[in-house]
Design a protein around this ligand. Sequence first.
Ligand code: HSE
Length: 335
Amino acid sequence: MRRPLRIGLIGLGVVGAEVARLLLVEQKTLSAQAGRPLEIVAYSTRDPHKQRGVDLSKLPWVASPAELAAREDIDILVELMGGADGPALEAAEVALKARKHLVTANKAMLAKHWAHLFALSKKHHAAIMFEASVCAGIPVVKVLREGLAGNRISRISGILNGTCNYILSAMAERGIEFADALKEAQNLGYAEADPTLDIDGWDTAHKLIVLAKLGFDPAITLEQIPVKGIRDITLADVQAAKVAGKAIRLVASAEKKADGTYAMEVAPKVLDAAHPLAPVSGPMNAITIDAQPVQSCTLIGPGAGAGPTASAVLADIIDLARFDILLEGPLYLPR
Ligand code: HSE
């Protein structure tokens, strides 16, 4: 077997703890999938003593994420801290400059610093992998980069936030108030550390930007998207829609127009029951990609939560473990 892939892990929240747990408990199976042992070498989190259902006490804890990113004994940095700037960005920069591949779920950081991070990736021949940044368990990044690589994409649309979809469907299906549904989504580990990112539509916008950069043009920026969230939607709104045979969903869309410009939007929509997004319920997400020659392709799956997000992180780690030996530049270049 090839030498181990040595992992530095920063961030042990809901997702980080699940990734660590699976890397320890499923070590044998995951290593067999990867073709080489996968080993967490060290980790960084604010409070190493907090109970998380995973025992990392035998591994070195490093207080500073950037210090961990610079360690010579790691091959890849797995960043699951979140935050567009600050320690997550600093650690990502340190890792890429030291030619360590980066695996991240951090859509806010990618949406804001895409050009900068991919310039570092290119310059230092270190890959950035970010399947977990969009729609958790749905492998949409892989689909855009690989499965549809030969297509001209005309439209990307769908439900990209599990928390909002959970809230809207809980209000419709169980008649509970917005604030109670949000609390449930937080307890289930769906919401961001700052849930206003979810309910005000920004988390959806960050994901739409990542998809639009991948599918259309890396130069597209967040400022081009009008963003409206679901904060003002009341139980009465949701129930009135239900009585009329409709459903309210937070919908994201990005379309390439005939003149080459883009129409993009994040906003709640009242959908007819027959609309394909109307029955998408709970933390599920759905994405439709219209493209030629494939025509149209829809992906549906869990868009938030520890397990589904860990699934995406593990896929990226395994990809790197398999292909690292062939790597001469960024694993994938944006279109
Ligand atoms: N807060 C996000 C959501 C987590 O609810 O979709 C997954 O990105």
